[in-house]
Design a protein around this ligand. Structure first.
Ligand code: ATP
Ligand code: MG
Length: 293
């Protein structure tokens, strides 16, 4: 039987939808329905293993899955510190960004690291927290909670919390204020230290190259404009993150050329205004759907 690459993905939750969108942008044709544990990708030798996010690093380390897509916070909790699973980050994916923060009641006098000495901190990330405190010589007790960590101070389970924050609305609603960021997290693709069989490795490399294309095309734009030939150099300098633009003479009497370039950074209105000041006209900025180098 031909081998299929297995990717562990969160089945339901904050990371799931964006993970599915990312994989679909890579051209994977699949559907996720009902209670199924495996979803077969129809057009590539890939299966999705649909699980809870906390299990993903373990599944990758044990070989139950070849690679996995998970929050860096979960990766760091499982892969570093006491557990130190043999997993590594293959790609940072740039979505599901959030911060792992220390927070306390906004009216409390715990508002910095040093005030945590001899205090109790509730968290679902005891590994990351212990490592962070130890490195800074803070002597506090971790109280492990699987969820609803933000309630801990109110019910006197802990003096402070260490939890994920994105907008800060949950903290605010519970009268808490973040005072220290321990980890800036985003979704990551992880693999194990083991070598994959040749066939799987080649499917994996194909997927990674498509992921690179999706990541790069996200902020990239294609820009087209007309400009006087003598301004080519000045205009090229303004185009953000582009290689040498393609120059096409227009054959008009006034020495106009068409310039086209891929810009790997966002193009703002200010950039267009600067281009216009240098004599650029008919400026078009187009989104890029796919890229491959
Ligand atoms: P599961 O049932 O799979 O164990 P979960 O309840 O542990 O799910 P979710 O709340 O779905 O986890 O979050 C999954 C991941 O989404 C987090 O580990 C984190 O990387 C990311 N995330 C992004 N923003 C937030 C946020 N505001 N709060 C929590 N997690 C966030
Ligand atoms: Mg979880």
């Amino acid at each position: 039987m031909p081998s299929r690459l297995r990717i562990a993905v969160q089945k339901k939750g904050r990371l799931a939808d964006e993970s599915f969108v990312m994989l679909k942008k890579c051209g994977l044709n699949f559907s996720v329905r009902g209670d199924g544990l495996l979803s077969r990708v129809k057009n590539l030798p890939i299966d999705l293993l649909l699980v809870r996010d906390d299990d993903i690093p373990n599944f990758v380390a044990s070989g139950a899955s070849d690679i996995g897509l998970v929050g860096e916070n979960v990766f760091a909790e499982e892969a570093t510190g006491a557990k130190s699973l043999d997993v590594k980050i293959l790609r940072r994916l740039g979505f599901s960004r959030c911060n792992l923060c220390l927070a306390a009641d906004k009216n409390d006098n715990i508002q910095n690291l040093n005030s945590l000495n001899n205090k109790k901190i509730a968290t679902s990330y005891p590994g990351i927290l212990a490592t962070y405190l130890k490195a800074r010589n803070i002597d506090a007790t971790c109280v492990e909670m699987k969820g609803a960590v933000e309630l801990a101070p109110r019910i006197n389970v802990a003096d402070a919390i260490c939890d994920l924050v994105s907008s800060g609305a949950t903290l605010e609603a519970n009268g808490l204020k973040a005072f220290e960021t321990i980890l800036e997290s985003e979704a990551v693709l992880i693999g194990s230290g083991r070598k994959l069989a040749a066939e799987k490795q080649s499917i994996c490399e194909r997927l990674l190259s498509r992921i690179d294309g999706v990541i790069r095309s996200k902020d990239s734009k294609y820009i087209m404009l007309n400009a006087p030939e003598r301004q080519i150099e000045a205009i090229s300098k303004i185009l953000p993150g582009s290689d040498a633009p393609t120059i096409i003479p227009l054959g008009t009497d006034d020495d106009l050329v068409a310039m086209q370039a891929v810009c790997t950074e966002n193009i703002f209105w200010e950039t267009l205004e600067a281009l216009k000041d240098k004599g650029a006209r008919s400026i078009l900025v187009l989104p890029i759907e796919k890229m491959m180098n």
